[in-house]
Ligand binder design. Sequence first.
Ligand SMILES: Cc1cc2nc3c(=O)[nH]c(=O)nc-3n(C[C@H](O)[C@H](O)[C@H](O)COP(=O)(O)OP(=O)(O)OC[C@H]3O[C@@H](n4cnc5c(N)ncnc54)[C@H](O)[C@@H]3O)c2cc1C
Length: 419
Amino acid sequence: MHSYYDATANTRVAHPSLQSHERADICIIGAGYTGLSSALHLAQRGYKVIVLEAESVAFGASGRNGGHVGIGQRADQADLEDKLGHDAASVLWDMGLEAVDTVKALISDHDIKCDLKHGDMHLAHKTRLCDGLKEEVEFLADRYNFTDMEYIPQERLSEFVGSDGFYAGIWDKASCHLHPLNYALGLADAAVKAGVTIYEHSRVLSYGGAPLVIKTGEGQVTATEIILACNGYIEKLEPKINGYIMPINNFVLATEPLSDELANAIIPKDTSMADSRFVINYWKLSADNRLVFGGGENYRRGFPKDIKNFVRKYMLQIYPQLGSTKIDYGWGGTLAITMNRLPHFGRVEDNIWHMQGYSGHGVPTATFAGKLVAEAISGKLERFDVMAQLPTHKFPGGTLLRWPGMVSAMLYYSLRDRF
Ligand SMILES: Cc1cc2nc3c(=O)[nH]c(=O)nc-3n(C[C@H](O)[C@H](O)[C@H](O)COP(=O)(O)OP(=O)(O)OC[C@H]3O[C@@H](n4cnc5c(N)ncnc54)[C@H](O)[C@@H]3O)c2cc1C
C-alpha cells in the first residue's frame, strides 16, 4: 500500500537492525511521534537513547494520518470542566495550546520541510449542531480568553468551503496542518543529530529484569528506563496497558492534482477541514493541490480491499463536483482510542513509561507526550502526572471481548449520524 505521503517523502535515512548487545539510559519502543519526540527531547537533556522500531520510522499512524494539528484536547473543553473542574481543565487547555506550539517550534528549530499551513475549519453537518458551535466559541472566549476562533454562520460558509452540506462552522486560526510523514522523518533526523541511535526492523519481543533487558530477535539493549511508544500497534507486548485502548483503522485518499481554480473553489482559504460526524470526515489540500480526504473506519484486523472507493463515497457526499476526479492513492492506518477519548499516560513500573490512546489527536499530543516524559525522567514529574492522573477505564471485556461490544457501539453511533 503506497500512500501519497510515501510518494512525496523527503529523503529517508535507512537505519540498521539491532544485531548486537547495546546499552542505553533509555530504550524507546516505537518510532512514531511519541517515540521520536521522546528520543529527541531526552537526547537534548544529555541521555543516551536507543529507539527500537519493528518496521521502519513512522511505519505506524505517524506516517499515515490526516496531518491536522488541532489545539485543545480531543475531548471537548466544556466536558473537561464538567468532569475535572475548571482548574484541572484549564491546565489541560494550556497544555493543548503548548502542544501545537511545540510542533511549530520543532519544525522551525530543526528546519523540517513538511508543508506547514495554518487554519482549520470545523463544520456542522446538522442544523441542531450550530448552536453548540457558537456556544463553544463564546465559552472559550469567556473562560479562557481565547479569541483565535470565530463562529461562521451558514451565509458566510462559502468563503471557507465549496460544499452545500454544512450549516455553520468554526474557523480556528491557531490550529495548523502538515505532511505527517515528512514531519516524522524530520523528527527522526533531528533525534539522530542530537545523538539518538535508531534501529529499524527490530521488533521488541520481551523485556524485564533489573537492569532492564529489552530483547529483539537478534539483539538486546540493557537500559535503565523503557518508554512504550507503540500506540495502536502494541498488540500483546504489554498486557497491563493494552486493555485501555482500542485499535481502530481509519482510511485516507489523495486525488490527482486539482487545477488552482477547483482547489480554490472547494477549500478557498487552504485550511484543513473536519465535520461533526461521529466517524469524522477530514480533508485538506496537499502542497501540489491534491485533495487529501480521510473518511470511514473499520474495527477489525485488515483493511478494505479497495480503499480508494471505500473513502471516495464519503468525499462525494461533500464534494459531488469531484465525481470525475481521479483518485491516485488510498491507504489506511491504525490509531488507538480510549473509552473517554483522553490520552492514557502512566507507568507500568517505576521505570517503564507509556503514552498512548490519543484518540485521533496524536499529531500534537504524541509530540507533546515526548516533551513531558523527558521532563519527568529528568526529575520534574508534575506535568506528566497531570496527564497520568486523568481518569482512564479499561474497555469492558478485556482485550478479546472488547471488540464485539465496541464494534456495535461504534456502528450504532455512525449509523445514527447517517439517518
Ligand atoms: C488514518 C489516520 C488519520 C489520522 N489523522 C490524524 C490527524 O489528522 N490529526 C491527529 O492529530 N491525529 C491523527 N491520527 C492519529 C495520529 O496519527 C496518532 O495518534 C499518532 O501518530 C500516534 O503516534 P505514536 O507514535 O504514538 O504511534 P505510531 O505512529 O502508530 O507508532 C507506533 C510505532 O510502534 C511500532 N511498534 C509497535 N510494536 C512494536 C514492537 N514490539 N517493537 C518495536 N516497535 C513496535 C510500530 O511499528 C509503529 O511504528 C490519525 C491516525 C490515522 C491512522
